[in-house]
Design a protein around this ligand. Structure first.
Ligand SMILES: Nc1ncnc2c1ncn2[C@@H]1O[C@H](COP(=O)(O)OP(=O)(O)OP(=O)(O)O)[C@@H](O)[C@H]1O
Length: 315
């Protein structure tokens, strides 16, 4: 049996809108429509898709917040909506856009409240707190009220809070949203350590493809409530025909750059945008450009996940 099992999951929302007079119009949104997948213990899976695809709805069903309209869901051997309290001890949830911490309390007090709520034995709590404070660099922040923390600090606090009770599964919904590059890097490093050293199973929802590339070998893509891809990240790129972009700043304006392995998509003064396959190395393209042109600066832009998915569909 897999740690997470989802079979033919559907979740419909019924909307009632006031039409003319007192009559109400009824309409349905099929947020998740016949989705099946399973996740094994120790996996780190990216659950991605465009806005409104049904990601949060799936996560809410997996935590037991929402009841499926149809289908079967089992997490750690439990039916989430029927055994929500029991399941809560075995899962951790992190929402990048919302904090689960108490706004006016120092971080330490929030952690202590969570210890009591989850009945974490004192020695385990102390051990976990010490480890997360160290790995997430929270030492100087423990006495600070949550409302005074920066977004990145608050996020690290939220992640520690979600892990104090040693959950075997953690759902992360946009954990790096709004963070700067350094904070994103630190957080990814921490999640990787959590997965490799503790064997925690992670299901990650994000719009940032770099999160996925740094962390997940496997991705599940949903669009309009339906699963459209489940497999290796490299295969997703190949199927989506996705490209990366080399942005070249030349010393002087020039006609479109011509080098093997890349196509110049745009020219704006001395700046040019070249695209090349996402699964190819940038090195030969960079070398070819540098060998034939006077280059002032270069940078590589990763493909946007929404583009990858759009391209997957436009074929
Ligand atoms: N409580 C609700 N009532 C009515 N419709 C809902 C509700 N929750 C979600 N929906 C609808 O279900 C669909 C899927 O929403 P969901 O939040 O799961 O998408 P998402 O993939 O998480 O999107 P995003 O990336 O924007 O967070 C959307 O059309 C949304 O409007």
């Amino acid at each position: 049996m897999s740690l997470i099992e989802v079979e033919h999951l559907a979740r419909t929302f019924v909307l009632r809108r006031r039409a003319r007079g007192l009559a109400r119009e009824r309409s349905e949104v099929r947020a998740v429509d016949d989705v099946s997948f399973s996740v094994e213990a120790g996996e780190m899976v990216g659950y991605i898709g465009p806005n409104g695809a049904g990601k949060s709805t799936t996560i809410k069903v997996l935590t037991g917040i929402l009841v499926p309209t149809s289908g079967r869901v089992e997490v750690a051997g439990l039916d989430p909506s029927r055994r929500r309290t029991e399941l809560a001890r075995r899962i951790g949830v992190v929402f990048g856009q919302r904090s689960t911490l108490w706004w006016d309390l120092p971080l330490r007090d929030s952690f202590e409240l969570l210890q009591k709520i989850y009945r974490v034995p004192p020695d385990r709590y102390r051990r976990n707190l010490a480890e997360f404070v160290d790995l997430l660099e929270l030492g100087t922040l423990l006495e600070t009220p949550v409302r005074q923390l920066s977004l990145g600090q608050r996020m690290r606090g939220d992640i520690a809070a979600a892990l104090l009770h040693d959950p075997e599964i953690v759902y992360l919904d946009e954990p790096t949203i709004g963070l700067d590059v350094v904070s994103k890097g630190r957080l990814r490093e921490f999640l990787r350590t959590l997965n490799t050293e503790r064997g925690t199973t992670l299901l990650l929802t994000t719009h940032d493809l770099q999160d996925i590339e740094a962390l997940c070998r496997r991705v599940i893509v949903i669009d309009h409530g339906t699963k459209v891809f489940d497999g290796d990240l490299d295969d997703l790129h190949r199927q989506g025909g996705s490209t990366r972009t080399l942005v070249v700043d030349l010393v002087d304006e020039a006609p479109p750059i011509e080098v093997p392995g890349a196509v110049t998509r745009r020219v704006d003064g001395p700046r040019q945008w070249l695209s090349f396959p996402a699964d190819a190395s940038a090195a030969p393209v960079v070398a070819a450009v540098a060998a034939s042109y006077d280059v002032a600066d270069l940078s590589v832009q990763e493909p946007d996940i929404e583009d990858v998915i759009r391209q997957l569909y436009s074929r």
